[in-house]
Structures are given as C-alpha cells and as structure tokens.
Design a protein around this ligand. Structure first.
Ligand SMILES: O=C([O-])CC(=O)C(=O)O
Ligand SMILES: [Mg+2]
Length: 220
C-alpha cells in the first residue's frame, strides 16, 4: 500500500468540520447573535469540488450564497488537543467556499432543524490546491477575498475571527477526534450574497492562492 499524500486530502474521505458565525460582521449581516462558543456543523466529503468542475445550484434552492473561508488541513490527529500545541497538528491550508442554500437554511433555522441540505449538498465545498503550512506563517492574519463576475463581494481578514485557529482545533477535538486529512472551515467574513447559473466566482488568499469556479444548474 502506498502512503497517502496530504496534498490530495480531499480524496481521503475525511470529515469537513465547519465553524459558523466566527466573524462578528457576518453574524450581524444575517441578524445572528455573536456566539460565545463556536457554532459547529459538518459537510460530507461528497461536498468537495475542485477547480475545473462547476458549483451546482441544488434543484431545491433558489438562493445559493457564497461564503469564502480559510480551511485548515489537519496533518496529525488527536483528541483534546491543548491550544498550546494545536498548530503542530496542522499540515497546511486550503482556500474554501462554504456554499450555502440560504433559503433552505432559513427554513431549517425557523423550524429548529439541522442544516444538512443547506450546507452539505454535492459541490457545496469548492477548494483550492493544498497550501503547505510554511506558505502561511501567520494564518491569523491573512486577507481573503471573493468576486462574483469581477465584482468584489467579500474582502476580510482572518484577524477578525472571534475564535482563533488554535482555539478551534482545541475546542473541536475535545468532542470530535481530529484525524489526518480532516478539514476545518473557519467561518466567513461579511459580504455573502447570492449567485446564479453562469456566474463566475473568483476567490483568493492575498499573495498566496487564487481559484475560480463557474456556477451551473444541477441537471436531472
Ligand atoms: O451559514 C452561516 O452564516 C454560518 C457560517 O457558515 C459562517 O458564518 O461561515
Ligand atoms: Mg460558513
């Protein structure tokens, strides 16, 4: 058996753990309270989509939102990881979109139901190439941006996160054992907005990576 290559972590079938409302300005734009503890939800690995393939609007949604986020790729697993050694568990990063069927999420929120179909449909997790840890020496201070059809919609900095990456790794691993190849989506800054069929999304981490995706309708 050949050793698996972390640079292709999306092929490993590991967990995608998402943090919601980790930027106060985004929590506010959706009229959510500023959290006092991280809000967590999951995507399944079938949500991954790579550049060259399209983001598909699920048939059951007419209000698909983009959320640009820094993804943290776990290199060494662990349970109850202390904050002080949390960064030793990081292999690298990926630029990610947390595509969200906002209309479905709004219904789920109103009914107190889980967000699964709003957050974890096929192609709901577009990702960049793997970014080795050394290329982002300070993940708590990188600029993220997203454009729709060349118009800037999101422009934030990870320094605005409410809960830091070491805190999130420690907090999550207390309840959910982290494994090599897992991905943590660290939440989105403000500026989320709707996308439609034929839109072109471009996103980047300043000075590190860019990626682009086209939006298409899901065919029967
Ligand atoms: O759906 C939401 O707004 C929660 C979320 O994922 C985020 O804040 O990144
Ligand atoms: Mg999100």
């Amino acid at each position: 058996m050949t050793a698996r290559n972390i640079t292709r972590f999306w092929e490993w079938g590991r967990k995608i753990i998402c943090v919601g409302r980790n930027y106060a300005d985004h929590a506010k734009e959706l009229n959510n309270a500023i959290p006092t503890e991280p809000v967590l939800f999951l995507k399944t690995p079938s949500a991954y989509v790579r550049e060259g393939s399209s983001i598909l609007v699920p048939r059951y949604s007419s209000y698909l939102h983009h959320e640009v986020e820094l993804g943290v790729v776990i290199g060494k697993g662990g349970t109850a990881i202390p904050q002080s050694s949390a960064m030793e568990h990081v292999a690298g990063y990926a630029l990610c979109l947390d595509m969200t069927a906002r209309d479905v999420q709004d219904v789920c929120k109103a009914k107190g139901l889980p967000w699964t179909l709003a957050k974890s449909f096929n192609t709901s997790c577009p990702i960049s190439e793997f970014i080795p840890k050394e290329r982002i020496p300070d993940p708590g201070n990188v600029k993220l941006w997203l454009k729709v059809n060349d118009q800037l919609r999101q422009d934030g900095c990870t320094s605005q996160m409410i809960f830091s990456i070491p805190f999130l790794i420690s907090y999550i691993s207390e309840f959910i054992t982290l494994e090599e190849g897992d991905l943590i989506l660290t939440g989105t800054p403000k500026g989320v907005s709707a996308v439609q069929e034929h839109d072109e999304l471009q996103a980047g981490i300043e000075d590190v990576v860019t990626m682009s995706f086209r939006v298409e309708k899901q065919h029967q």
